[in-house]
Design a protein around this ligand. Structure first.
Ligand code: AMP
Length: 396
C-alpha cells in the first residue's frame, strides 16, 4: 500500500510517498511560495532531483501539481493516483481531544477548526491541506496525526499552570506540548537500540531544530515537555525566546509595546537571533563564534545552558533515565552543542564520548562512554515515516 504524507504550511506543501509497511520512501518534495508571483516545486525521486518554477495560486492547485508529478512519465514514481491507498496529514494542534492519530471525518475537521484558535499559525493551514487533498483524492482515507497527541499522557501536575483554575475550565489554558510525533519516534528508536520494549524506556528526548523542545518519557509515554500552551515556552529556539519572566511583557507594555509587537518580539525576534543580533541559524553562529564573535558565542552558551537545565530537571522527574536522545537539525548535526550540553552532567549519569560525538553526523549513533550510566543517542528524526506508519495502521 502506498501512503502519501502531507505537511501543509501557509504557503507550502511538503510531501513524501511511502511504500508500506516497509516504510520505503519512493519520492518526496515540496511546493513552495504558493500564491506568490512564482511558485517552486522541488521533487526528489530515485536519487534524482526535479525542480521547476511555475505558478500555483492555491493549495488545491499545489496538491494537483504534486499528484501530477507523482504520476508523470518523466519524473513520476506511480502509474496512476489510484495507487495511493491513504493520505496522512500532519496537524499541529489536537487539543485534549486527540490522544492519537485518527481517520478524518466531518467531526474531526470540526475539531481541528475548533483548535485553530490555539494554533492560529498552523491548524488553519493544515486544514487547507486536508481539504485540498480530499478534493483531489475524494475516495481514499485521510488520516490526521497530531503534534500534541503524544503529550496527552502528561499528568495534571505537569500540564497545569499555577494560574486561576477557572482559566483552564473556561479556555483550556494548560500545557499541550508539541513535536510529539518526533519525540515519540526517537524514544521508540532508542528503545529498539537498547533492545527494550517501547513501553520499557525512560528517556529525555531533545528535539533541537529551528523550534526546540525537550520531553521526559517514562515507560514510553510523555510525562512532561518544555513547550507549553503554545510552542513559545521552554528552551531557547531559533527566533523564539523560550522561558522568561512574563512580567517583562507588562513592563514593555508600559514602554509602548502592544500585543502584536510583543508577539513578534517573542516569536520572531528572540532566541538565537535575538541574543546574537545576527542569525537564528546554528551553523552561522558556530562559524562566527569560532572567529571570535562574542554575541554568537553567548547565544550558543545560553542555548546549551537552558537545555542542560531541562535535562537536569527531567532527570529528577524520571528518577531513573535510560537514555538522552538528540534529534532535529541541531541535535543531529552539531558536535559543539551536544558536547557543551553534556559537559559536567556526570551527576545525572550522562557521560559523553567525544570521539563518538565527533563522528555522529546525521546518523544513528551511541555517543556515550562505556561507563556512562545513561546512554546518549543521536537519532535522526523521521516524523513523516511515523505519520506514514500511523496512516497505514489506521487505513490499511
Ligand atoms: P531543523 O528545524 O530541524 O531543520 O533544524 C534547523 C537548525 O539546524 C538550524 O539552526 C541549522 O543551523 C541547524 N543545523 C543544521 N545542520 C547543522 C550543522 N551541521 N551544524 C550545526 N547546526 C546545524
Amino acid at each position: 500500500m502506498k501512503v502519501l504524507v502531507i505537511n501543509t504550511g501557509s504557503s507550502s506543501i511538503k510531501y513524501q510517498l511511502y511504500e508500506m509497511p516497509e516504510s520505503r520512501g519512493l519520492a518526496k518534495g515540496v511546493v513552495e511560495r504558493i500564491a506568490e508571483e512564482v511558485s517552486k516545486l522541488a521533487h526528489y525521486f530515485a536519487g534524482k532531483t526535479h525542480a521547476v518554477e511555475t505558478k500555483v495560486q492555491t493549495h488545491e492547485e499545489g496538491m494537483e501539481l504534486i499528484l501530477n508529478t507523482l504520476v508523470s512519465k518523466e519524473v513520476g514514481v506511480i502509474e496512476d493516483i489510484s495507487a495511493i491507498g491513504a493520505v496522512g496529514h500532519r496537524v499541529v494542534h489536537g487539543g485534549e481531544e486527540f490522544t492519537g492519530s485518527v481517520v478524518i471525518d466531518d467531526e474531526v475537521i470540526a475539531s481541528i477548526e475548533k483548535f485553530a484558535g490555539l494554533a492560529p499559525l498552523h491548524n488553519p493551514h493544515n486544514l487547507t491541506g486536508i481539504k485540498a487533498s480530499q478534493a483531489k483524492l475524494p475516495n481514499i482515507k485521510q488520516v490526521a496525526c497530531f503534534d500534541t497527541a503524544f503529550h496527552t499522557t502528561i499528568p495534571e501536575v505537569a500540564y497545569m499552570y499555577a494560574l486561576p483554575y477557572d482559566l483552564y475550565e473556561k479556555y483550556r489554558i494548560r500545557r499541550y506540548g508539541f513535536h510529539g510525533t518526533s519525540h515519540r519516534y526517537v524514544a521508540r528508536r532508542a528503545a529498539v537500540l537498547m533492545g527494550k520494549d517501547k513501553y520499557d524506556i525512560n528517556a529525555i528526548t531533545c528535539h533541537l531544530g529551528n523550534g526546540c523542545s525537550v520531553t521526559a518519557v517514562r515507560q514510553g509515554k510523555s510525562v512532561d515537555t518544555s513547550m507549553g500552551f503554545t510552542p513559545l515556552e521552554g528552551v531557547v529556539m531559533g527566533t523564539r525566546s523560550g522561558d522568561f519572566d512574563p512580567a517583562i511583557l507588562f513592563y514593555l507594555t508600559d514602554k509602548g509595546y502592544d500585543v502584536k509587537s510583543l508577539n513578534a518580539l517573542c516569536n520572531n525576534k528572540s532566541g538565537l537571533l535575538g541574543i546574537s543580533g545576527i542569525s537564528n541559524d546554528m551553523r552561522n553562529l558556530e562559524e562566527l563564534a569560532r572567529k571570535g564573535n562574542t554575541r554568537a558565542k553567548l547565544a550558543i552558551d545560553i542555548f546549551c545552558y537552558h537545555i542542560k537545565k531541562y535535562i537536569g530537571a527531567y532527570s529528577a522527574v524520571l528518577d531513573t533515565t535510560d537514555a538522552v536522545v538528540f534529534t532535529g537539525g541541531i541535535g543531529e548535526n552539531s558536535v559543539w552543542v551536544r558536547e557543551q550540553i553534556c559537559a559536567d552532567l556526570t551527576q545525572t549519569g550522562v557521560e559523553l564520548d567525544s570521539t563518538a560525538n565527533e563522528a555522529a553526523l546525521a546518523k544513528e549513533a551511541d555517543i556515550s562512554t562505556a561507563e556512562s550510566k545513561v546512554r546518549i543517542f543521536v537519532i535522526p528524526t523521521d516524523e513523516e515515516a511515523a505519520i506514514a506508519h500511523d496512516t497505514y495502521e489506521l487505513a490499511g
